[in-house]
Design a binder for this molecule. Structure first.
Ligand SMILES: Cc1cc2nc3c(=O)[nH]c(=O)nc-3n(C[C@H](O)[C@H](O)[C@H](O)COP(=O)(O)OP(=O)(O)OC[C@H]3O[C@@H](n4cnc5c(N)ncnc54)[C@H](O)[C@@H]3O)c2cc1C
Length: 336
């Protein structure tokens, strides 16, 4: 759409996975609220689902002025064709100035299809969003050139301005019980749900079980782990801390651990309370996935390793000495 089309507020696509509201819906709604306050605009959050584990009104406490719900049994399994069609229709009818979605597998497949149909731009995988105080344009920041620079992108000519945002980029604030807003249920005609996709079944991947993004503690290993068998050390440490195991891309490329554990620019963004980087040098691409963690503990034998620059606690030495000793101490404390 050309910029001169009437354009208004911010529309957030809230993701629902297997009937559960994805935390990115709260995160993006809260961020959209801050952006909307800078523009003097309204925030709407769109939920497409067959069932949902929370009251849609919850989103109002996080910053939505309205929550638009499309509830239909045909939305139970994710279907890119159907969800893109519905999102396109709602954008066409409500004319938001900005559309945000999480950079999850579904967000990453719906948004480009809708942006192409609307003939507007899309900035994928943003790690920062702001409003230009003068032009009120959306400033969309994301790593570029292999993560070596941060690029800020604008969409001056076309509307809406569309962006996907990596989950866990922004903190989720506490809900404000005093906020007021509305929940609207939309009934759409049957043809909106037509699809060429025939679901044959649902198979869980390893990644569904190991969501390191939900853990308060993540223990990640890199090339310094030397071989797959040594990851048992990290699993033991993680288990004692009730955490999950992450990895650098070097460890994943060596097939020591599946991709679903990769942290970084081309992996997951995690922000646990405590992040252990074990035998990881700390390249910009790895830092892009963990530097907002509450506390970073680095274990590395090279005192010059860049990871020590971001670490709150740096243990310089051989990980094969340090990690077994940490495990021993924790087992002693827990009496196991
Ligand atoms: C476009 C692009 C996207 C990328 N995306 C990602 C990404 O998502 N995630 C990611 O991690 N990387 C990513 N990378 C790769 C990244 O540039 C690095 O190659 C990678 O992070 C290095 O992994 P590493 O730190 O495990 O290995 P290395 O850099 O080789 O570091 C190994 C470290 O282990 C230490 N060490 C070795 N032995 C021991 C020991 N016994 N005790 C203690 N310390 C020891 C060494 O001192 C060294 O610091 C990406 C690169 C590009 C170009």
């Amino acid at each position: 759409m050309r910029r001169d089309s009437p354009s208004g507020g911010i529309l957030v696509l809230g993701e629902i996975r297997s009937g559960r509201l994805h935390p990115a819906a709260l995160e993006l709604t809260a961020k959209a609220r801050l952006l909307a306050d800078d523009m003097g605009a309204e925030v709407s959050t769109l939920l497409l689902f067959s069932e949902i584990d929370v009251d849609p009104e919850t989103l109002i406490g996080y910053g939505a002025d309205s929550v638009i719900c499309v509830r239909d049994r045909r939305l139970g399994l994710f279907d890119q064709e159907v969800q893109s069609r519905i999102l396109y229709r709602i954008i066409r009818d409500t004319r938001p100035g900005i559309v945000l979605a999480p950079a999850t597998t579904s967000g990453r497949s719906i948004m480009p299809a809708v942006a192409a149909k609307l003939r507007t731009g899309l900035t994928a995988d943003c790690t920062g969003l702001d409003i230009d105080p003068e032009t009120k344009q959306l400033l969309q920041t994301r790593p570029a050139i292999g993560g070596n620079i941060m690029a800020t992108i604008r969409t001056p000519e076309h509307r809406p301005q569309m962006a996907t945002v990596r989950p866990r980029t922004f903190a989720i604030p506490a809900s404000d019980p005093n906020r007021a807003g509305s929940v609207k249920e939309l009934t759409l005609p049957d043809h909106c749900f037509e699809s060429r996709v025939v679901p044959l079944g649902l198979e869980r991947s390893d990644g569904d079980d190991v969501n390191i993004q939900d853990r308060d503690v993540v223990v990640s290993g890199g090339k310094g782990m030397k071989k797959q068998e040594n990851f048992v050390l990290l699993r033991d440490l993680a288990e004692l801390l009730d955490g999950g195991v992450g990895a650098s891309r070097a460890a994943v490329d060596n097939k020591w651990i599946p991709y679903s554990h990769q942290v970084g620019l081309s992996g997951k963004v995690v922000a646990p309370k405590v992040y252990f980087a074990v035998g990881i040098s700390g390249t910009v691409q790895h830092l892009a996935g963990m530097q907002t963690s509450g506390m970073i503990v680095a274990i590395n034998k090279d005192p010059e390793a860049p990871i020590f620059k971001v670490a709150d606690i740096g243990l310089c030495g051989d990980l094969f000495d340090i990690v077994p000793r940490l495990i021993e101490v924790l087992r002693g404390r827990k009496g196991v």
